[in-house]
Design a protein around this ligand. Structure first.
Ligand code: AMP
Ligand code: GLY
Length: 423
């Protein structure tokens, strides 16, 4: 089979790293890929949002299956374009992608189908939003309705911070039209969990749980990032909670999607808060998590291809249950100095050739290959991942591996998996 993967981050590297081990995979293309992916797949210089060019490429290259990593092309409708011409693609169409592409649509959907979530109000007029901020409780959460590259959520400690968020999102339009309307919602307290289900709209299969660390600095402090590391499994996700997630979240979502006439073939990622009243959904994503994928996929001990293929074809019910290793995995993100603010790129990454790769892999995120060297090209540069019989050993090994890799300005959190290990 010939596969096209759209994207070029650590998540796509992990997906391709698993894909090339699946029997039946003959060739993998990645658009645009990165310096690490280039050693496993043929990277093609097509941007992720260039739908027409991607479709043209896939047809010319006789691609059998396309897998979309990031949300933006899905929200734009890439899957609809491929399906219209009978090309197999993993990922929901634009209507299903509203679960990630519009926070207001999703809040109303959750309300309609009784999916536990934070109480909310939505606004398309800044003066009404500001008036509401006079009377609500703090902390509160202000969210841009549309896609904002993971930056459109502000947990506001007080009224002034919430007012600033409304100003930036709705008036200054820092996220463009994504900020035409906003959600203001109750701030939930608890521990966050990333839950994933692969679904063809009828059947769903839950993947192992993971937790990521969004804050830039140790102790979960500092600005939010795309994710500074992750681990799997998440110890707090007990079998009772798995059952609750299936019954209270995934089943009603699928039922709701069917009732709305929306076909969904891909990943449903529920970012949840484990509150005192149980699991509540913070938001949905319609794609694999990054860096959660880097710790979930190394634990997959059956081939990845059938899972993707059955989903894309809509016959997940006939798939043999995937097998997962009981081992624990830890991913430590090595980021560029300054990230998530302003950072420099073009730094040569050293030490990659010496790394010990027994039960470990260095997933590349923001890298490119230049004159036979790997140089940084993004904020999150590498995802150093190790797995082992227990979380402590996996963590220790991921950190020893990270120590052997250098680039100017590199930094990483030293406490990935601390929550699970201190329990
Ligand atoms: P996102 O970047 O959209 O995944 O969301 C960013 C983060 O904002 C989440 O991972 C949570 O940490 C936080 N968040 C979002 N909604 C809420 C909420 N209702 N209560 C507390 N924290 C929230
Ligand atoms: N790690 C969270 C996300 O992928 O959105």
């Amino acid at each position: 089979m010939r596969i096209l993967v759209v994207g070029g981050g650590g998540r796509e590297h992990a997906l391709i790293w698993q894909l090339v081990r699946s029997p039946g995979v003959e060739k993998v293309f990645c658009a645009p890929g990165n310096g690490g992916i280039a050693s496993l797949a043929e990277c093609v210089p097509i941007e992720i949002n260039a739908t027409a060019a991607l479709l043209d490429f896939a047809r010319k290259q006789q691609v059998d299956l396309t897998l979309v990593g990031p949300e933006a092309p899905l929200v734009d409708g890439i899957a609809d374009c491929f399906r219209e011409v009978n090309m197999l693609i993993f990922g929901p169409g634009s209507s299903g992608s509203r679960l990630e592409g519009s926070k207001i649509w999703t809040k109303r959907f959750m309300e309609k189908y009784n999916i536990p979530s934070a109480a909310f109000m939505d606004f398309n007029d800044p003066s009404q939003a500001l008036a509401y901020l006079e009377k609500t409780n703090y902390p509160t959460v202000v969210k841009a309705d549309g896609l904002a590259a993971g930056k459109g959520v502000v947990v506001a400690e007080d009224r002034a911070a919430a007012q600033r968020a409304v100003q930036e999102i709705m008036v200054d339009k820092v996220f463009g039209r994504a900020g035409d309307s906003i959600v203001v919602e109750e701030c939930l307290q608890g521990e966050e969990l990333s839950l994933f289900a692969i679904t063809d709209g009828d059947t769903f299969i839950m993947l192992p749980s993971a937790q990521d660390h969004k804050a830039a600095y140790e102790g979960d402090r500092g600005p939010n990032t795309g994710g500074m590391g992750a681990y799997s499994p998440a110890g707090i996700f007990t079998p009772e909670l798995v059952e609750a997630a299936e019954k209270n979240i995934f089943m009603p979502v699928l039922k709701g999607l069917r009732q709305e006439g929306i076909e969904f073939r891909g990943v449903l990622f529920a970012g949840c808060m484990l509150t005192r009243e149980g699991l509540k959904v913070l938001e949905f994503n319609v794609r694999f998590g990054d860096p959660e994928t880097q710790v979930i996929l190394p634990r997959l001990s059956s081939p990845l291809l059938p899972l993707l293929l059955h989903t894309a074809r809509g016959d997940l019910a006939s798939l043999e249950t995937p097998r997962w290793s009981p081992e624990a995995a830890v991913c430590v993100v090595m980021a560029a100095g300054g990230y998530p603010g302003i950072y420099e790129t073009g730094k040569v990454v050293q030490g990659l050739e010496n790394v010990q790769l027994e039960k470990a892999v260095v997933f590349h995120a923001g890298t490119t290959k230049k004159d036979n060297r790997i140089v940084s090209s993004g904020g999150r540069v590498l995802g150093v991942t190790a797995w082992d019989a227990d979380l402590k050993t996996a963590q220790k090994r991921a950190y020893s591996l990270a120590e052997t890799i250098q680039f100017e300005g590199a930094y990483y959190r030293r406490d990935i998996a601390h929550r699970a290990l201190s329990r």
